[in-house]
Design a protein around this ligand. Sequence first.
Ligand code: E4P
Length: 214
Amino acid sequence: IKIFIDTANIEEIKAAYELGVISGVTTNPSLIAKEGRDFAQVVKEITAIVDGPVSAEAVSVNAPEMIKEARQLAAIHPNVVVKLPMTGEGLKAVKTLSAEGIKTNVTLVFSANQALLAALAGATYVSPFVGRLDDVGQEGMELVQDIMTIYENYGFATEVIAASIRNPLHVTQAALYGADIATIPYSVIMQMQKHPLTDKGIEKFLADWEKVPK
Ligand code: E4P
């Protein structure tokens, strides 16, 4: 599994990237809006920090507009991946863009059939939203499992990004089920490092070290 950070905040990206465990970034219009800054500028800054895929979302609703927007986003940096919504128009755009060599991430995926269509259209990545399914009383991680099985059955090259991750358990499950990537908020990346027994163990070792004659 690879870990991407799910944020548009430059400071969070820098701090997480320094840990050496982050290999990409995903953003969405809500995350960009939180920063209150120019979209293209934020994307450009992210690509200068992280040497890996950076997802930037197109906001058009019809395929020709999506394609136009995607080309502009892809021109920012070779690592830019264009996020497109899981709609018929989005699929049409994916088909055209993948033929042009522009990488795509089909987002807002909530069913196995949607993921199947995204792979058939030639998406580079597909993003099932685990937490949002949990929110409506459906086991989000089951969707990740189903997509992995379907993609393995047919050898699809599309990579699965477990998205809408809300807690460390989601990450463990995504890894157990073989998701290619988990895109994780900064707060959860920080939580993943922590265990009370690690802290307690360090405290004890340091206290005992004081007793060693020097
Ligand atoms: C995925 O790429 C999205 O940016 C993100 O994971 C959505 O998460 P949320 O449901 O917590 O908003």
